[in-house]
Design a protein around this ligand. Sequence first.
Ligand SMILES: Cc1cc2nc3c(=O)[nH]c(=O)nc-3n(C[C@H](O)[C@H](O)[C@H](O)COP(=O)(O)O)c2cc1C
Length: 312
Amino acid sequence: MRLGVELGGLRLKNPLIAASGTFGYGVEYEGILDLSLLGGVVSKGLYLEPRDGCPVPRIVETPSGLLNAIGLQGIGIRAFVRDVLPRLARYETALIVNVCGDTVEEYAEVARIADVPGVAALEVNISCPNVKKGGIAFGGDPRMTHEVVSAVRKATRLPVIPKLSPNVTDVSVFARVCEEAGADALSCINTLLGLAIDVERRVPRLAFGTGGLSGPAIRPIAVRMAWQAARAVRIPVIGIGGITSTEDALEFLVAGCRAVQVGTANFVDPGIYARILAGFESYLQRHRLESIGEVVGSLRFPDGEAPGGPGA
Ligand SMILES: Cc1cc2nc3c(=O)[nH]c(=O)nc-3n(C[C@H](O)[C@H](O)[C@H](O)COP(=O)(O)O)c2cc1C
């Protein structure tokens, strides 16, 4: 009860969610941890059809980070609904489908097919930097963002959660556009566009060329952007980026996020979710708080005013 949160029509038993693309479709982790521990699980990105993704190498380690260009490899939404969803039904966790598309129509169609019992919400991936069409091409343009989010909104009754890109100048503009287009909540942020170079061969270290940077290296940027997004809109924000501990997760909550997602850190230690949850409980006790909701948006600036003025 103390850890329960409400995200625009989506009720989670706790604010901890496994991030898209870092937790497979959930079933891959069945023997490793109890999925019912989690407030929610976001699937890998799903298009209408199966996809091979980018050629290898697709992953490179960087200082305190990971650069990836997977290119949204996946089984397609129909196979997910038919083969994977029934296996996840036994877990008490909210299943969120990460919706992708090359066109606005494809996003809407994936959303329509995903609107079945067992799916709790749709996260709209308009921010993947590793595809030639869709992804960031939509999430980097306010007009396209509006078009995609409105189309998904019309295609489903499920809560719609656009996932914002950090590869923009002012994230609050995109947060507001999503809210206007009917989003119920926002995920913030996806990976930052990066480039790692093999200087001996003088070629990119990823086959795709550029990639998306994740992990602790991006956390302060992610916290700043999630804070900006949360100030800009009334709908709840889910903070994502570089979380490796309870304290990291709390940064996002204090900054105004109602929930968080953990991605890259899960590759290092899938036990991270249980540790973060135990840490939330002891933080509430130590600070004599009744519920995790009291932490949300509790950030104070020393002189009483945030940089950039009050509110957004
Ligand atoms: C290998 C990998 C695959 C990812 N695949 C997806 C994806 O399919 N859809 C999506 O919206 N985000 C995807 N992401 C982005 C993550 O969900 C998350 O937004 C990002 O990694 C930042 O969080 P982190 O630092 O905790 O990993 C992927 C990230 C990684 C590292």
